[in-house]
Design a protein around this ligand. Structure first.
Ligand SMILES: [Zn+2]
Ligand SMILES: [Zn+2]
Length: 454
């Protein structure tokens, strides 16, 4: 087998790996980088120019894994797209939202190549999809050649999958984004119990130490207390959250706290559009698959209101203490969470509580690193504000701890481990740990764009 990492840099970017197994030409994910704009945000497709891709595997529906798919498919009509039934249900809404954002960015920032695809292209995509229920092997054929592919639950978000590829006695396992512990809305990953030759693993949390006293429940309790204390002191809370996964998990946590009367009653809760829309998909997925523990009734019981993403107005403040659960999770410019952060950050009564990964170069990452009482620049709004609000980070990540992940990988007994989807220092931790603990395993941190025989 041969791989080329089509990510342009060694970081969490546009996840996409080209894999050749005999005559089969395969892509592992087809993402768009949240850090970049325009053509720069795409994987390095030029490296596979002229190749006819047979199979595109989509591990899950975060944009860094799926955002470039309808664009790539325009010239790859022969390709079959393999994804789980859960991902299949939510895919159109995620991609259509991406069209809306790209269209807005074209107008606001003059990015001429946007949108990369249309709603029609997304509809078109549907006829190429082969749904892959978890733990069911599927054999695909091409010119007398045969390959077996099996999807396994990866936890993380609804539909997320890790993927086993078997070709002529060679086995490769791709982690996708993975979480082993149960969340409130979703069960943890269920990996196969077998030996594989090669593991391609995400490395997102490689730069995070595991706190000895950490437990998921204690982080949840801390978050609920943070919300309660702020509201009781007359302030408002912003929880920036990814629309897919984190937002529903946070709502479920708030709902549990509400039932147990751990939150003050009658606090208005606002959510942004995509996260609310996805709840309908969760209902649909539940009817068919019973794969996620979240029902739209939670929104009614919490009386969640839709956040109107109005233009920024620095004088606009919440009329009463409120909770805002808004995307993006990293305060990407001009998103509802970015605009609301600008409104709330100057008042010491308010809190901004981060619950997921924040890329250090995004406004969310910068705000977390910013010293209190200093001035923070909301560049896209041409607005500066002193950082007076309480800012805190909670470890409710949808990614496995590095120690857990490594233990599960060792359980597959691989001869080679290949790193992907993580910053340089995260990969370094995995590299050093593997050398220390299993020196016989070959590690590969592929140079973007270079071919490797594995
Ligand atoms: Zn993800
Ligand atoms: Zn990811």
């Amino acid at each position: 087998m041969r791989i080329i990492d089509l990510n342009k840099t060694r970081e969490i970017g546009s996840q996409c790996i080209y894999l050749e197994a005999g005559s089969f030409k395969i892509l592992l994910d087809c993402g768009m980088s949240p850090r970049e704009e325009g053509f720069k945000a795409l994987p390095n497709f030029a490296l596979i120019d002229g190749k006819q891709i047979d199979i595109i595997i989509i591990s899950h529906c975060h944009l860094d894994h799926i955002g470039a798919l309808p664009f790539f498919m325009k010239n790859q009509q022969q390709a079959r797209v393999l994804t789980s039934p859960g991902s299949h249900i939510i895919m159109p809404r995620i991609l259509e939202n991406s069209v809306t954002i790209m269209t807005m960015q074209r107008e606001e920032r003059g990015i001429k190549e946007y949108p990369f695809y249309s709603v029609n292209d997304i509809k078109e995509l549907d006829q190429h999809i082969l749904p892959m229920p978890h733990a069911k092997i599927r054999t695909l054929q091409k010119d007398g050649d045969e390959i077996n592919i099996t999807f396994f639950s990866a936890g993380h978000v609804i539909g997320a999958s890790s993927v086993l590829i078997e070709y002529k006695h060679r086995t490769l396992f791709f982690s996708g984004d993975v979480l082993f512990r149960n969340q409130k809305t979703l069960r943890g990953a269920l990996w196969p119990q077998k030996t594989v030759d090669v593991v391609i693993t995400e490395t997102t949390r490689g730069n995070h130490d595991r706190d000895k006293n950490f437990s998921y429940q204690s982080e949840i309790d801390r978050l609920v207390n943070g919300v309660k204390n702020t509201i009781e002191a007359g302030g408002s809370v912003l929880i920036p959250a990814f629309a897919l996964g984190r937002m529903q998990e946070i709502l479920k946590i708030l709902h549990n706290a509400h039932i147990k009367k751990k939150l003050p009653g009658k606090v208005p809760i606002f959510c942004s559009g995509l996260g609310l829309g996805l709840v309908d998909d969760f209902d649909a997925a539940n009817k068919k698959l019973r794969c996620v523990d979240f029902k739209s009734a939670i929104l009614r019981e919490l009386k969640v209101k839709s956040f109107r993403s109005a233009k920024f107005d620095k004088s606009r403040q919440p009329t009463q203490p409120s909770v805002f659960v808004l995307s993006s999770g990293m305060l990407v410019e001009n998103t509802p969470s970015y605009i609301t952060a600008a409104n709330l950050v100057g008042d010491p009564k308010n809190s901004i509580l981060f619950v997921g990964y924040c890329d250090p170069i995004t406004p969310g990452g910068e705000l977390l690193a910013q010293a209190k009482h200093t001035s923070f620049d909301f560049k896209a709004l041409r607005f500066s504000s002193k950082v007076e609000a309480h800012i805190e980070r909670f470890d409710l990540s949808g990614h496995a701890d590095r120690e857990d992940l490594l233990e599960y990988i060792f359980g597959l007994n691989p001869r080679t481990i290949i790193f992907t989807h993580g910053e340089e220092e995260s990969r370094d931790w995995f590299f050093d740990s593997i050398i220390d603990q299993r020196p016989n395993i070959v590690t590969l941190d592929p140079e973007p764009g270079e071919p490797y025989d594995i």
